[in-house]
Design a protein around this ligand. Structure first.
Ligand SMILES: Nc1ncnc2c1ncn2[C@@H]1O[C@H](COP(=O)(O)OP(=O)(O)OP(=O)(O)O)[C@@H](O)[C@H]1O
Ligand SMILES: [Mg+2]
Length: 161
């Protein structure tokens, strides 16, 4: 049983990746499903818990930019002994803005939302509790280039900054 956490800017390809590679095996949990819910984070935890309790693997498809966003998810995954796996969607802001412009309806977000996520985005590390961590990048023809992220850098002594 897995808890997969997708991380990346809006229009970096997370939902497309989910549909292509995870939809057959993982329950989709996303705040996009909950436009009218007042406490989306709590509802999301509930949905993850329901799935894991029933023995289903789950993928959480949000931008998940901050360590704190991820911590709550990792905690719940650990409670149910799920394997915690992360995919970080590498992207260039201008590409995300352009792909976002091409989307229609509710899937299009204001540019400022992408900049706000960029500001909050912290690269994931194994130290947060991920057992496996990958980077995923949109390649040509609707494919993704997926690589294992290297181990966390251990900083010895004090930094110069
Ligand atoms: N591998 C790919 N090759 C080409 N285009 C892609 C690829 N993946 C996604 N796209 C396009 O980029 C746009 C954004 O993708 P997607 O909706 O999957 O992003 P997202 O990360 O889920 O965004 P959000 O966080 O806003 O939900 C879509 O219009 C999609 O068609
Ligand atoms: Mg999406």
């Amino acid at each position: 049983m897995e808890l997969v956490i997708l991380m990346g800017l809006q229009a970096s390809g997370k939902s497309t990746f989910f549909r292509e590679y995870l939809a057959a095996t993982h329950v989709w949990v996303s705040k996009d499903l909950m436009r009218n819910n007042r406490n989306k984070s709590r509802r999301q935890i509930q949905l993850i818990e329901n799935a894991l309790q029933a023995g289903h693997s789950v993928a959480v498809d949000n931008t998940n930019p901050a360590v704190l966003d991820r911590m709550a998810l990792i905690d719940i995954g650990r409670t149910y002994n799920a394997k915690i796996i992360g995919y970080y969607f590498e992207s260039i802001v201008s590409d995300c803005l352009a792909r976002n412009q091409k989307r229609s309806g509710k899937s299009q977000v204001p540019d400022i939302a992408i900049y706000a996520t960029l500001k909050k985005m912290v690269l994931p590390s194994y130290g947060e509790g991920f057992e496996r961590l990958f980077s995923a990048r949109i390649a040509d023809n609707f494919t993704f280039e997926v690589k294992t992220l290297p181990p966390d850098k251990v900083i010895h002594g004090q930094s110069d900054i």
